[in-house]
Design a protein around this ligand. Structure first.
Ligand code: IPE
Ligand code: IPE
Ligand code: MG
Length: 230
């Protein structure tokens, strides 16, 4: 089976900056450049879905100055990268608690989503995203339908839950890469990751290179995915 959906936990921007005596926000700026490059690698590798973990529900705990800088960078990048999305024919989709985003950020995202919605390849950006939050969102939707008598609670199976996740039409990730060496999911795609292959590299996200990308894909190609079978 090929690699249809790649998901990345882009971690290590802060440490990259600190190692250079720079403010953390410079790491986020450099990380934005990595996103540009990775879009190109994914196009060349024929990857259909790329999901990027950009900001978690837990990341709101960070100092307001860092959160503000991240939000400003997001808008700047989106505006700057819209031509790139058209050039690569990539559809932008946002996944997460959009209602938490500053209105101007939400508006900028919505505009680019609309402008690119006809493209088949997808770039999914997780913003104010939490895996548990997403599952709770699905549970609420199902409870509402049950309360309205539209579904029988006994009929709720895995497929029903999956249909009420944020982007039900997107297949589960085949491979999840985490940079910066941390061995955890940090609340990323908890439902969808059940049979994803995991790959962790010590490389910090701003330094993530084409060689790192190749190494991850090569490792994936050597994995034997059994899904519980033999
Ligand atoms: C990842 O880099 C980007 C976000 C979580 C927004 P970090 O900012 O977490 O960088 P480190 O982990 O502190 O180095
Ligand atoms: C995970 O990174 C979230 C994103 C990459 C957006 P964190 O830096 O927030 O995760 P922890 O705190 O190390 O688990
Ligand atoms: Mg981190």
């Amino acid at each position: 089976m090929g690699l249809r959906h790649l998901a990345i936990i882009m971690d290590g921007n802060g440490r990259w900056a600190q190692a250079r005596g720079l403010p953390r926000t410079e790491g986020h700026r450099a990380g934005g450049e990595t996103v540009r490059r990775v879009l190109g690698y994914c196009r060349d590798a024929g990857i259909r879905y790329l999901t990027l973990y950009a900001f978690s529900v837990e990341n709101w705990k960070r100092p307001a100055a860092e959160v503000g800088a991240l939000m400003r960078l997001l808008v700047a990048h989106l505006a700057g990268e819209e031509p790139l999305l058209h050039e690569h024919r990539v559809r932008l989709r946002v996944m997460g608690r959009r209602e938490d985003l500053p209105p101007e950020v939400d508006a900028a995202l919505a505009r680019v989503e609309r402008a690119t919605e006809a493209y088949e390849r997808q770039l999914i950006v997780c913003l104010s995203y939490g895996g548990r939050t997403e599952i709770a969102h699905a549970a609420r939707a199902l409870a509402r339908l049950a309360a309205q008598g539209e579904i029988d609670p006994e009929s709720i199976d895995e497929a029903a839950v999956a249909r009420h996740l944020y982007l039900p039409d997107v297949p589960d990730p085949d491979l999840i890469i985490r940079t910066s060496g941390e061995l955890r999911l940090s609340n990323f795609l908890l439902w969808q990751a059940s049979y994803a292959e995991l790959y962790v590299t010590p490389t910090l996200w701003p330094d993530f290179s084409e060689a790192d990308f190749r190494a991850a894909l090569d490792a994936f190609a050597r994995r034997s995915r059994r899904y519980g079978g033999i």
